[in-house]
Write a protein that binds this ligand. Structure first.
Ligand SMILES: Nc1ncnc2c1ncn2[C@@H]1O[C@H](COP(=O)(O)OP(=O)(O)OP(=O)(O)O)[C@@H](O)[C@H]1O
Length: 915
């Protein structure tokens, strides 16, 4: 079976490991590797995996070689030499000077650059926490920004812009801390677009807030004498992250600083407005404010800010971004002070690489020099002189000059001991780039012992993750391990897809772009800026460099892109995309605006109002209110006062779109009449998210799976209105009708059921890549399904609670634990123990450890072989590493036993209390 072997790709580290086991002398690869022109073992690019070569004039059809098809333990190759064509840079730039003096020059004469200066009123503890993180002085721009009118005392809002890596976060962090420390008991929210950023920020803020007291000693004493028992962390700053499905129930009382994704922040704010606890909110930071323009999620930022501006209480709004061309529009909207800087603590030099030649595209030095406007004629016609040249490679594998450039430049950076990030346009390209680069890297046996040991240890850590290496992509645990290894210099080269640039914070000396495409499309200027912005970070590298490697047909576009302006941002609220309806339902449901007048007032504060006339908005409100009434989500009285219906409230509480809410409601009402409880399919169907995953149903697969359903599953089909005869017809090539509203509704049920069957497999521990293959779905979609289902399930539980369907809510709640565990019911108890999830839980179960009590009473040493057995990816490395692995496993076993003991004691206590 090609499948499994093919899907278990290897990382460059693994390759290094293999080479270490089977040292091979450097030799020519001629005759060993399949030729590029041959089709054996080569795969056609998938829709999203076009290589840059696809546009080359010399290749009409180009295939890239999938990393998984490369021969095992390949022989070593060497990187091409890169030759300076001019002895020095023609001009002396800030960049060239910084090569010599590696630190950012800081004015030590300005005492206000000292964080302990009375201007900032920070406690000694905060100042020393910052110092521990390497921040002793603030940059002059940070000082100037902070000293803007009314900012330090919280009276004014702020919108500011600074280049990536320019130190934006510190300004927001300080203002936020000042708010909650200045008024004990108040709250701040920090809103970020991605879960990975939320996690990272929580870690950072906890370090900043470590041991910082909010309450003074007398207040602490009062609290101790009060009727409530004090929390252990009472009086210190609690930083809590909100994302995914897990924390949906966390409330306002659980944090001082909440770090949230957009959706979570909006849900928290809605709840707090409704129950009145919003009065404690003092500060909201909107990071990556340019996201307001994002088609899918941007409108949530607008809703958050608009609601807060309607509250009539002082909430300091702080918006920041690296890419806001129309800063003033947003500042006017938020009534904010603005600040803009081009300051880069580490200068960045941009390069264009074409046909083995490296051109200086302009030092981005922030000193007012215009980057040189390269033109494609100058570059191809020899008018512009390259500064360096990459020798053509002697290896036929590196005949493609773009690949050769990427590999040689990555090799050069790593040889200097610096980190390099390579961005490629698809997963396939990413894997093959990593493979090729690893083949020119030094042999493991020539590495310094400490680096070698650290890499082995990293491999051990990766292998001992309970999830195993998932070929469908990195899990967050794997990503954390790799990111911290990169941060510590254990790994020097990271290859990532372009889309990762926005969600990671991995600074690099050099950023290399293997062409400027994501799939088949060129990337946009904002994404290019994100990627280039990863180059150079204060304290890590003295300078930053970016290299855009491209081929001739792309030259014009690439040059245009390099100098392109970032598009202006604007509101994403409209009737057509149904965001206005959602905005309206929300404010009515949380009773922020219930009269016609207050609704008008709400919209007058929106960003939309900055681009649309009040008449147009007035009309949009009219039609949306009518629509929401027709949908049964709101009601009005004679005086045009609006109230939410129970369904309207449930939809807002469970954070779903109104249209989806109506669909879900219909389905649940049917389910209440006849809920199939003697099997899992019905509950799984209810937990299947309704948003569009780009599901295209393979009807033959649907039919096969349908035929495998048991009697209870077939009953579910019947209740949902799915006709087996229709499925058979569709499997024979008939097409699904989707013209009338009713037909669309039915098609939606069929698609959702197709996803529900995938969810069933995921819950039954089938790996994501296998699910994707079985259902003929892109892996990304299956992954998205598995990642969103928990949050959606939590939303469904809330929905049922708000609809007053208690028993249904309880049944769903029980099952949602299982989704979290990703394992079958019998493993549920075990999966409460750390490290014992999914596959590991199964292995423990099969080895007789079937309950927490069994684990609590086990000898940790006995668990080691079972943990070993649970390692899925057969990456056993013989010899010295076995010991290391065993040590790690024993440490894990100890944690498992003591956690199981703790859980067991709690259980016992609860049982005794019941008696
Ligand atoms: N005054 C300072 N002195 C030393 N280091 C600083 C200072 N201010 C910020 N830094 C450090 O610079 C790095 C980049 O800062 P930060 O993450 O705030 O940049 P940013 O502008 O928010 O970038 P991005 O656009 O990627 O979010 C961080 O490691 C931060 O700790």
């Amino acid at each position: 079976m090609k499948s499994m072997q093919g899907l278990l790709h290897k990382t460059s580290l693994q390759t290094a490991q293999e080479q270490q086991q089977k040292p091979v002398a450097p030799q020519s690869v001629a005759g060993q590797k399949r030729a590029w022109s041959s089709n054996g073992g080569l795969v056609k690019p998938q829709p999203l995996a076009t290589t840059s070569a696809a546009n080359s004039t010399s290749h009409s059809t180009v295939y890239f070689q999938k990393a998984i098809d490369l021969p095992l333990a390949p022989s070593r190759l060497s990187a091409s030499k890169i030759i300076h064509l001019r002895g020095n840079h023609a001009t002396t730039t800030e960049y060239s000077q910084r090569r010599l003096i590696s630190a950012t020059p800081l004015s030590s004469r300005d005492p206000e650059l000292d964080l302990s200066h009375p201007t900032y009123g920070l406690s000694g503890q905060i100042v020393s926490n910052f110092a521990l993180l390497g921040i002793n002085h603030i940059y002059p721009w940070q000082k100037n920004c902070l000293k803007g009118p009314g900012l330090l005392n919280g009276e004014r809002n702020l919108v500011y812009c600074a280049p990536t890596g320019g130190g934006k976060s510190l300004v927001a962090d300080l203002l936020m801390l000042k708010r909650i420390i200045g008024e004990p008991g108040t709250k701040a929210l920090l809103v970020l677009p991605y879960v990975a950023l939320v996690q990272e920020k929580v870690g950072w803020l906890r370090k900043i807030a470590q041991d910082v007291k909010i309450l003074d000693d007398s207040m602490l004493q009062d609290a101790a004498n009060g009727p409530w028992r004090r929390r252990a962390d009472h009086g210190t700053i609690r930083v809590v992250g909100f994302f995914g499905g897990g924390k949906l129930r966390a409330t306002w009382d659980d944090f001082d600083i909440g770090v949230c994704t957009l959706e979570k922040a909006n849900a928290l704010i809605n709840t707090a407005i409704e129950d009145g606890s919003i009065c404690k909110l003092r500060c909201v930071v909107l990071d990556e404010l340019h996201m307001i323009d994002d088609d899918h999620r941007g409108y949530i930022l607008e809703l958050i800010a608009t609601k807060l501006m309607c509250l009539g209480q002082q909430v300091q709004l702080i918006g920041m971004s690296a890419t806001l061309p129309n800063l003033n529009l947003l500042a006017t909207w938020l009534g904010a002070h603005t600040y803009e800087t081009r300051y880069r603590p580490v200068p960045i030099e941009e390069h264009l690489v074409y046909d083995g030649k490296i051109f200086l595209a302009g030092p981005n030095d922030g000193l007012g020099h215009t980057p040189s406007q390269l033109s494609s004629q100058d570059v191809t016609g020899g008018k512009t002189v390259p500064i360096r040249r990459i020798d053509a490679s002697a290896h036929k594998e590196f005949k493609d000059p773009v690949l050769n450039a990427v590999v040689s430049l990555a090799h050069e950076t790593a040889s200097m001991g610096y980190g390099v990030l390579v961005f490629a346009g698809s997963r396939g390209l990413c894997e093959s780039d990593a493979r090729w680069i690893s083949r020119v890297m030094p042999q493991p046996n020539t590495l310094a012992t400490d680096i070698f040991d650290k890499r082995i240890s990293l491999l051990g850590d990766l292998r001992s993750l309970s999830t195993g290496i998932d070929p469908a992509g990195l899990t967050s645990e794997e990503r954390d391990l790799i990111a911290s290894a990169y941060d510590a210099g254990t790994i020097l080269v990271c290859v990532a897809t372009c889309s990762l640039a926005a969600g990671i914070n991995l600074p690099a000396r050099r950023v290399i772009l293997h062409n400027v495409k994501l799939g088949r499309e060129y990337i946009g200027p904002a994404m290019l800026r994100q990627m280039r912005g990863r180059a150079g970070r204060q304290g890590k590298t003295p300078v930053g460099e970016t290299y855009l490697c491209c081929r001739e047909p792309d030259l014009d576009h690439v040059l245009e892109l390099m100098h392109a302006d970032i598009p202006k941002v604007s509101s994403c609220l409209s009737i057509k995309n149904r965001r206005i309806q959602r905005a309206l339902l929300e404010v009515v449901a949380v009773r922020l605006a219930t009269s016609r007048e207050s609704i008008e007032d709400y919209f007058s504060k929106s960003l939309l109002r900055k681009s649309q006339s009040s008449d147009l908005i007035h009309d949009s409100i009219d039609s949306s209110l009518d629509e929401l009434q027709t949908m049964g989500l709101i009601e009005s009285d004679l005086f045009s006062n609006y109230t939410p219906t129970q369904l309207g409230k449930a939809i807002v509480a469970s954070a779903i779109d109104p249209d989806d809410g109506v669909f879900i409601h219909k389905e649940l009402v049917k389910a209440l009449r006849a809920f199939v409880m003697d099997g899992e399919m019905h509950i799984l169907y209810v937990f299947t998210p309704v948003q569009d995953f780009g599901t295209s149903v393979n009807w033959q697969v649907f039919r096969n799976e349908m035929e495998g359903l048991d009697e209870s599953g077939l009953r579910v089909l019947h209740f949902l209105g799915i006709k087996p005869t229709s499925v058979l017809r569709l499997a024979q090539g008939a097409s699904l009708k989707e013209t009338t509203t009713e037909e669309k509704q039915i098609a939606r049920v069929y698609r959702r059921f197709y996803l529900a069957m995938q969810l069933r497999d995921i819950c039954n521990e089938v790996p994501i890549h296998a699910v994707a293959r079985k259902y003929d779905m892109p892996r990304g979609s299956v992954q998205a399904l598995s990642q969103t289902c928990q949050g959606f399930a939590a939303g469904m539980v809330k929905f049922c609670e708000h609809m007053g369907w208690g028993p249904m809510a309880a049944a769903l709640d029980h099952f949602s634990d299982r989704l979290m565990a990703g394992a079958r019911a019998e493993l549920l108890a075990l999966s409460k123990v750390p490290f014992v999830k999914s596959r590991t839980a199964r292995v423990f179960f099969e080895n007789g450890y079937r309950s927490i009590a069994a684990l609590a009473n086990a000898d940790p040493k006995d668990l080691v072989p079972i943990l070993m057995q649970a390692q899925p990816n057969k990456l056993r490395i013989k010899g010295q590493n076995d010991e290391l692995m065993e040590d790690k496993m024993l440490a894990k076993a100890n944690i498992i036993c003591s956690a199981a003991n703790r859980l067991w004691n709690i259980q016992m206590q609860a049982e005794m209390d019941e008696i």
